[in-house]
Write a protein that binds this ligand. Sequence first.
Ligand code: ADP
Ligand code: MG
Length: 240
Amino acid sequence: MIHLKNVNKYFGDNHVLKDINLDIDEGEKVVIIGPSGSGKSTLIRCMNRLEEVSDGVATVYGVDLTQKKAPIQKVRQKVAMVFQNFNLYGHKTVLDNLTLAPIKVQGVNKKQAEETAMKYLERVGLADKASSFPAQLSGGQQQRVAIARALNMHPEVILFDEPTSALDPEMIQEVLDVMIDLSDSNITMVVVTHEMGFARSVADRIIFMDQGSILEQGDPEMFFTQTVNPRAQEFLSKII
Ligand code: ADP
Ligand code: MG
């Protein structure tokens, strides 16, 4: 579904992704960890072309993202993203946040978009907040809205970029619980996070990145017990 081959990314002279090879299967739950600045955000942003790769192959659902004329909207309809800082539209209600893209981008009619929106708000426990504005919600609630908004695009993949890093500690679990609930579904999840309990229970595969390279990967059992790369070991010893 997601196929990256020898992907390199430069910001000016800064070589941020170095020969990344990564294939992610349909329905797979992948957790990406690594120190700040190691290229995690850039890597997942290359999966829906929020960043363009400098060279290499990046194919998502059969669409070659390196082609200037790639049908990028087609990809973005399948690949949703949840950001660290929620990125909700502050001047729109929760319900409007969920229905805007389906109506404008996917051509769904308003009634239908609202119906599915309410279903997803229900699922994240926020149906009663449909007519609130983001600023009236806690950070944890805003992130749950952002996840419901992603779901209302009916994506095949959701990319999560440190979805709990901006939250007060007491709100982290409510967001993780929503993500754990989601992990029961067929949706492909690619999650940058430092939440190792989440990684251990949800991930099919954990990937460790440092300085633009994938240094280690494996299923959680293997990853937490048999990691041999010294930088991965050092990183794990600091966060576990
Ligand atoms: P991580 O998410 O692992 O913290 P990032 O992917 O955000 O790492 O950043 C990797 C490197 O790329 C860092 O050196 C960062 O400064 C640089 N970088 C990220 N985004 C940009 C950008 N838009 N322009 C220039 N440099 C960037
Ligand atoms: Mg990042």
